[in-house]
Design a protein around this ligand. Structure first.
Ligand code: HEC
Length: 188
């Protein structure tokens, strides 16, 4: 192929391309592209999403009342080693960073003599029954927002049950164990 033929052929291809492009443009003007109002085959994922979000993990601590009667007090005393930097549990023990915790089960919250509580705990109200101890030890700052107790919490139910059984034992007259009615109510 000599140069002239080549140029002609190239021009021919170019023209063909331009015509094709022009044709496409004209077609587009004559038959405007339409957006579909909705998918021809709507995709049903919304229901699945909604139902999967309803099976989210439960929040808050697992119940422990049923575990208290058979809890391991010696194991609870070991768990309490995590607390001894700030608390004493013995009779006659003195307040440290945190209040002295002899006889704490069923004692009013924020009532230990001579201890300067945060406003959050001092104003919280109620007594330290088993259930509130369970919630507090699970995540102190979630149960009493603004407490100055810097402790992350105990995530294992057995740790909390054993610890609470140990606290119960640290009293002249240990508090009554939960009744079967109370256990059933907590489990709901
Ligand atoms: C870093 C120090 C620290 C550690 C560790 C700690 N506490 Fe405390 N605790 C405190 C402080 C401070 C308070 C007072 C909180 C306030 O006034 O908001 C407190 C309050 C409490 C109270 C409430 C007492 C009352 O009179 O109302 C209980 C019960 C308690 N702690 C138990 C525990 C146990 C059990 C552990 C271990 C699992 C523990 N704490 C670990 C510092 C600590």
């Amino acid at each position: 192929m000599d140069d002239l033929k080549f140029n002609k052929a190239a021009a021919g291809f170019l023209m063909a391309g331009l015509i094709a492009l022009g044709g496409y443009k004209i077609a587009e003007i004559l038959v405007p592209h339409q957006e579909l109002a909705e998918n021809s085959y709507p995709i049903q994922i919304t229901e699945q999403l909604a139902s999967s979000s309803t099976v989210a993990a439960p929040v808050g601590p697992e119940p422990i009342l049923a575990m208290l009667a058979d809890a391991d007090i010696a194991a609870g005393q070991k768990v309490a080693k995590k607390c001894t930097a700030c608390h004493v549990f013995d009779k006659g023990g003195q307040n440290k960073v945190g209040p002295a915790l002899w006889n704490i089960v069923n004692t009013g919250k924020g009532q230990i003599d001579g201890y300067a509580y945060s406003e959050a705990l001092a104003g919280f109200g109620g007594a330290w029954d088993y259930q509130s101890l369970n919630q507090f030890f699970y995540k102190p700052k979630a149960y009493i927002s603004g407490t100055k107790m810097n402790f992350a919490g105990l995530k294992k139910p057995a740790d909390r049950a054993n610890l609470i059984a140990y606290l119960r034992s640290q009293a002249d007259q240990p508090a009554a164990l939960p009744t079967s009615d109370e256990i059933a109510a907590e489990a709901q």
